[in-house]
Design a protein around this ligand. Sequence first.
Ligand SMILES: NC(=O)c1ccc[n+]([C@@H]2O[C@H](COP(=O)([O-])OP(=O)(O)OC[C@H]3O[C@@H](n4cnc5c(N)ncnc54)[C@H](OP(=O)(O)O)[C@@H]3O)[C@@H](O)[C@H]2O)c1
Length: 443
Amino acid sequence: MLAAISYSLRTADNMREGKIGVAILGLGTVGTGVAEILSQNRAMIFNRSGVDLELKKVLVRDPHKKREIELLPEVYAKNIEEILQDEEIGIVVELMGGLHPAKEYIVKALKAKKAVVTANKAVLANYAPELFQLARENNVPLYYEASVAGGIPLIQPLTESLVGNNINSVMGIINGTTNYILTKMSNEARSFTEVLKEAQELGYAEADPSADVDGLDAAHKLTVLVSLAFDTHIPLSDIYCEGIRTIDTMDIRFARDFGYGIKLLAIGKKTPSGIEARVHPTLIPLNHPLASVNDAFNAVFVNSQEVGELMFYGRGAGRYPTASAVVGDIVSAGRILNGIGTTLSRKFAKGRAVPIAETKGSFYVRLMVEDRPGVLGDIAYILGQNGVSVASVIQEGRAHDQVPLVFVTHEVKQGDLAKSIKNISELACVKEVANVIRVEKGE
Ligand SMILES: NC(=O)c1ccc[n+]([C@@H]2O[C@H](COP(=O)([O-])OP(=O)(O)OC[C@H]3O[C@@H](n4cnc5c(N)ncnc54)[C@H](OP(=O)(O)O)[C@@H]3O)[C@@H](O)[C@H]2O)c1
């Protein structure tokens, strides 16, 4: 594999006209995969696309670090300027991650009229309008297929194949770490803390897992999905975000009794009140396709007026799945630079999400209550006063002082439910409001 890379770089000049130099910023998990695919599959890519891509430069933090890939020493750039000034480089691929200097390097590359490919959802979530504006002004493509759901072709289908569709909703499992944790908790009846620890030991979760388990990573990606689905950029700060730390194996068991699985879903929906954009643990019917998406797999379920329901499923991370998406973007950018492809220049309006308290839905509620007659009546009275009606109830036990009382509501405004839950929490018979989780029917 390594020999092949050096070989392909040495034989670069044997390839046809229209050769495009590529620079990769970052040679970590994904960058290494991209460098390998570009080098090993160069002839195949040329035959299929008419674009001859030469890996000309890479930029890393530490050029002396031992790498999993062997590149000729001259391939390592001293700094970003060396790449920007190289006229043979047409495409800059940002795979460093983080906000800074990734964002500044993307800006510089666009201003230098280089096409840019990035997998960086954090940069897009924070700076998409500015970056797309710059790309338009400089008349160069800016592609980002790998930024959401890693290896799954999703951005291009949403941008191009579904261009004639009015999308009603996008619902996705777009964080592999949390899906892995929830799957293990569900299949093995183990606690969140125990499974998280194991996931960290196996390298599936970061030492600091908060971006994943608290939902921020999924929120970053949801900004990208929402903009494509509804032509509107919603600021990250508007995205309601709730993670999976509070999910207990008891909730998973009760959800199953009601006929649901629990998944961390990122949801974008067009409603009569506006665009909803939210990330939270969700009860989803066991017979919904998203309920069967397990382990670290990702899936995005799209509902559109024209095509109906679609589901995109696959690996949302990992060296080669993610590199596969990045290389697809590099080839698309190369085709445009060579004048044999086109790109759809999308414009996104600036918009706001519907405040979470205004959104409507059905909810699963687990209370820990005193085990005595009349408790259910007291709770039902408060729910009734706030216009909350209950669809199903499970009251368990008689063995302990505290027993779980679990119910699923009919559709209610989140703010109204929150008010009644506050009142319920003040009842002497209620020991704890253990969990409130939104239910999606899955349309
Ligand atoms: N990993 C995945 O499965 C996955 C999936 C989807 C999207 N992504 C996205 O892909 C991007 C890359 O992720 P990754 O996992 O490949 O990251 P990574 O393994 O941490 O690699 C980052 C690379 O960037 C280089 N780098 C960092 N800061 C730099 C700077 N200031 N100047 C020059 N080089 C710098 C590092 O250099 P050194 O090697 O010298 O330290 C390293 O080679 C991120 O935006 C991530 O969100 C990753």
